[in-house]
Design a protein around this ligand. Sequence first.
Ligand code: CP
Ligand code: NVA
Length: 297
Amino acid sequence: MKHLLSIESMDKRDIETILENAAVMKAQRGNNQYQPLAGQTWAMIFTKSSTRTRVSFETGIQELGGKVMFLNSNDMQLGRGEPIKDTARVLGRMVHGAVIRTFAQDDVEQFAHWSNIPTINALTDAEHPCQIIADIFTYQELRGPIKGKIVTFIGDGACNVPISWIWAANKLGFKLRIAAPKSHQPCPDLVNKAGGNIIVTEDCNAAADGADLLYTDVWVSMGMEKEAAQREIDFAGYQINKSLVSLAHKDTLVMHCLPAYRSKEIDESTLEAHSEIIFTQAENRLHAQKAILDWLV
Ligand code: CP
Ligand code: NVA
C-alpha cells in the first residue's frame, strides 16, 4: 500500500518518477484514454479552506477515470469528535483512496494506517508535499534540472511549505536558503536531520543573492489567524519585491504557492510581473497530482 504523506518519507527515486510522469500527464492532457482510477471513488476530507488543491484533485481524479466525493470535516461525525481511526476504518471499506487536508500530520498518518487505502496529504501544519512536487516540476519544466540550483524562500520559514522544501533539498540536490525572522525559522534539529546544503538566515538580501528561484508563501498560515497582527510586525521586510528580485540570478523564477497577499509577502507589481510563472505553477498542481495519483494506484 503506497501513500503520499510527506516529502520527508519519500524516496528520491519516487519523487523523480512522479516528476517525469507529471510531464507526460501535462503533454497528454485531453487526448489520452488512460484511466487508472476507473471504477474507483476517492474521498477528499478537508478541515481547512482550499481553492487550488481541491479543484486540482477533483479535476485530476475525474480525468483519470475516478469519481470523487468532497467532504468538509465539519459536516462529518469527525467534526463532532469521532476518532480518526474509526473514520478511517469506515471509509477504507467504502472508497478506494483519500486526500486529506487538516492540521495535525499525525491525523493523516493515522488515517493512512487505519484505512488501508492510498492516502494523500493535501496540506497539514507539518508539510505540503503535493505543492512542492508541483513547484519542482514547474522549475524543471521552465529551467531544466533543479540539482545544483539555489532556491531561496522568503517569509515564514517554519510553516508547511518551506518545511517540505527542506526535506526535498538533500534528496534532489539543490541548495536551499531560508530568510525568516529569528522567531519564525525552522527548527534546527529538523534542518540537521534533513541534511544537504541549507542556510537559514535573517538576511533577505544575502539569501536572494544569485538565487535561481525566489519563493514565498503567506505570512499567516491557516490556523495562525490569531497571530496575524504580531506576524505583520515580525515579517515586515520579508517581502519579494523588485529590489530583492534584482539581487537574484537574471533568469530567476519568482514563485508563490498562492493565495497571495499583496503588499505583505509579495508586492502587487512583482506578482503581476511574474504572474505567467505563478499561474503556470498553480496549473501544474493538476498535472503533478495526476502523476501522484497514478503512482499510488
Ligand atoms: N497552494 C494551495 O495549496 O492553495 P489552496 O489552499 O487554494 O489549495
Ligand atoms: N502555509 C500556507 C499554505 C497555503 C497553501 C498555509 O498553511 O495556510
